[in-house]
Design a protein. Structure first.
Length: 316
């Protein structure tokens, strides 16, 4: 079995290599299959369906998965924080050489993954632990963090949002967990003609050639929606529960406070956080609208929202 794999996510490449120890292989990444590319006979990168991959050959990062990797000695690292991802706790240590070590646990407190990176996240190694489910959880989270942190160097954001597509445009909905992002996108698909789900938890947003673009990703929460698709981003809308349905278009200063907290980033890493900060500002300047939707979880909410923020002409 091939131990080296290349993936193209939001037109950016990443490489994963599995050490041949019999424990870990590509089966741990089923949600990545639509994004996997290989070189054809002409040396071009193509997807499994033969479609050409429009991305640079240089990868965002390379990750080696090897369970024989040992923790960095305590004298060579300093604990920064332990944070709750919503799916478990992750401890972060700063390394003496400027890199990081992450220790990830799942929702039940089981240690699943140890990830070590260099200072700019271009190279990383990780060791997995436990059952197949634990290993899959750990590896997916390691790749998601690497993508978010390294992607910040390329005007790329991994955001916590549910995203629907209509007339070729993408619409991202953010909210606190449990507020109803997925419920609202489901209402669009049920009641607004021509809608489909792009991603239900962690789409990728990029500023490309002065335009806001949104992409599907291998990370979609509890909803198995792993689509290698893209669309111009028409709006980012924050959902807040209310007794009436109405949309408020917000000013750039408020837009910033809506988008930045929805992005995966690291406040303790000045470079990554500064990159994310700058990309959010760039995004706001090119995004057609940022809004707050005050709503009930009903059909009228979807129709009111679509009438307020929807672009009726097909994307070109």
């Amino acid at each position: 079995m091939d131990n080296k794999h290349i993936f193209c996510i939001a037109e950016l490449l990443l490489k994963v290599e599995f050490a041949p120890n019999g424990q870990n292989d590509i089966s741990l990444l089923p949600s990545f299959e639509p994004f996997r590319v290989k070189e054809d006979n002409d040396g071009c990168l193509v997807y499994g369906n033969g479609e050409k991959c429009n991305a640079y050959i240089n990868a965002l990062f390379t990750l080696l998965v090897d369970d024989n990797i040992k923790p960095i000695d305590k004298t060579e690292r300093t604990r920064i924080d332990v944070f709750d991802t919503g799916n478990g706790l992750t401890a972060v240590d700063a390394l003496a050489d400027g890199g990081y070590q992450f220790l990830m646990k799942d929702i039940e407190g089981h240690s699943c993954c140890m990830l070590q990176t260099n200072n700019d996240f271009t190279k990383a190694v990780c060791a997995l632990n436990g059952t197949y489910g634990m290993r899959r959880f750990g590896l997916n989270n390691a790749l998601m963090m690497l993508y978010a942190f390294r992607g910040s160097f390329f005007k790329t954001l991994l955001i916590h949002a549910s995203t629907v597509r209509n007339n070729g445009y993408g619409y991202a909905f953010t909210a606190k967990s449990g507020t109803g992002k997925s419920t609202h996108t489901a209402l669009w698909m049920q009641h607004i003609e021509g809608c489909d789900l792009m991603n239900d938890d962690n789409p990728v947003v990029r500023v490309v050639d002065g335009k806001a673009m949104i992409y599907g990703s291998p990370w979609s929460g509890k909803t198995p929606c792993y689509r290698n698709i893209k669309a111009p981003l028409a709006a980012i809308t924050k959902i807040e529960r209310a007794h009436e349905n109405r949309v408020e278009r917000v000013k750039p200063t408020i837009a910033f406070t809506i988008i930045l907290p929805a992005c995966s980033s690291m406040k303790w890493d000045k470079t990554v956080y500064s990159n994310t900060y700058d990309t959010v500002i760039s995004l706001i300047t090119v995004l057609p609208s940022v809004n707050i939707l005050y709503c009930r979880p009903d059909e009228e909410a979807a129709r009111v929202c679509y009438e307020a923020i929807g672009i009726k002409k097909p994307a070109t």
